[in-house]
Structures are given as C-alpha cells and as structure tokens.
Design a binder for this molecule. Sequence first.
Ligand SMILES: NC(=O)c1ccc[n+]([C@@H]2O[C@H](COP(=O)([O-])OP(=O)(O)OC[C@H]3O[C@@H](n4cnc5c(N)ncnc54)[C@H](O)[C@@H]3O)[C@@H](O)[C@H]2O)c1
Length: 195
Amino acid sequence: MIKAPISSSINLKNQIAIVTGAAGGIGEAVSLVLTREGATVIGIDIVKPVKLMEKIKGSAQKCDLTSKKEIESLVNNIMVNYGKIVLIGSVAGKTGAISSGIHYNASKGAIHAYTHALARYCAPFGIYVNCVAPGPCETNMTKNFRPQSMVAERFPLFRPGRPEDIAEAVLFLVSQSSNWMTGIVMDVNGGIYMS
Ligand SMILES: NC(=O)c1ccc[n+]([C@@H]2O[C@H](COP(=O)([O-])OP(=O)(O)OC[C@H]3O[C@@H](n4cnc5c(N)ncnc54)[C@H](O)[C@@H]3O)[C@@H](O)[C@H]2O)c1
C-alpha cells in the first residue's frame, strides 16, 4: 500500500519566480502564494506593481510584454536558471464561448497548443511547460462581464473563481509535486467545463 506523504513537498525556498501581470488579479495572487511558499518573486506588469512590492520578497518591475525591446532588456537583467513555466490559458480557449469574443478564444486556444509544443521542445533541457485554463474569476478583467455569466448557479461548485484558486493550481505546477507532468492544460473552473 502506498502511504500518503506526511507533509507537503512544496517548498520554494531559493527559487526565483517571474510572474507577469503581477499588479492585479490572478498575477498578484500567484505572486502572493509563491511568496508564501518561500519563493523570491520578480513581479512584472505594464504598470509598476508598487503595492505588490510591500508584500513580496523580491522586486517588482515595469515591462510592456507586447514590446520586444522591453522584454529583451528585462530578460538580460534577470539571471534565468529555473525549470518550470506555467502559462495562463482559459476555459474560453476550449469552449469557444461567444461572450468572450472570437479573437480572445483563438488566442487562448493558441496558448494551449503552444503549451503542448513548447513542453515537447523544452523537455530535453529539463524545462517543464504547463498551463492553467481558468474559468470565470472575479478580477478587473471580468468586472464588466454580463452579471449572468458570474452567477453562482452557473457553477457546479456554486461560485465563480477567485484569483487565489488559480494561484494554488499554479503553485502545484511550479512545485516538485508535479514532477512527472509537462504539456498539460489544467482546468480550474469550479466544474463549469470538464475535459
Ligand atoms: N479573470 C478571469 O475570469 C480569467 C479567466 C480565464 C483566463 N484569464 C486570464 O488570466 C490572465 C490574467 O487575467 P486577470 O483576470 O488577472 O486580469 P487583470 O486585468 O485583473 O490583470 C491583468 C494584469 O496584466 C497587466 N497587463 C496588461 N497588459 C500588459 C502588458 N502588455 N504587459 C505587462 N502587463 C500587462 C495589467 O496591468 C494587470 O495588472 C489573463 O491572461 C486572462 O486572459 C482570466
């Protein structure tokens, strides 16, 4: 019989985490959860994540991720020596929901396919690539969504998501607990979609 581990193997001490979109919503929650587990977090956002600075061990930096120049300068300033990448896709990339828009759905579906391809490409280098596909969560992004898309009754687990729900899944995927997982797109959506 396999015995259950008596303690969690999640320990991010001496690990550096680069988190994008860190000034708000899911990115901020990911930064806080990884900090809680001991990681040094480098929080990146198009607006400098000033508030986050007070809550993490690490740094917060301004970078527009649509600018090749800014990304190159950021990467040149960070010694990258880590092995786990977690992308954020979306349930919309799986269901193609009309309400979220065709371009958004297509871009998220592309992230899911990119996860599979990059995972195969990176595996020989010891780099893991996984993705979390969130369902609707209460963040700035969804504050103008139609009210009926966020009602509790829509979700088998009876509530829309919180940024922390996604952050805990990211934590699992950056931790040693997921060491035989690469190329997966993990549904975290309160049961709204099951694949
Ligand atoms: N909230 C949801 O319901 C939901 C569901 C599925 C997927 N997602 C995905 O999760 C991710 C985060 O969404 P969120 O809900 O936390 O949104 P949010 O609007 O709360 O936060 C997004 C953050 O990204 C930053 N940002 C925007 N453009 C940027 C750029 N060019 N360079 C750097 N930073 C930039 C913003 O300043 C903001 O702090 C997005 O990829 C979104 O598509 C969200």
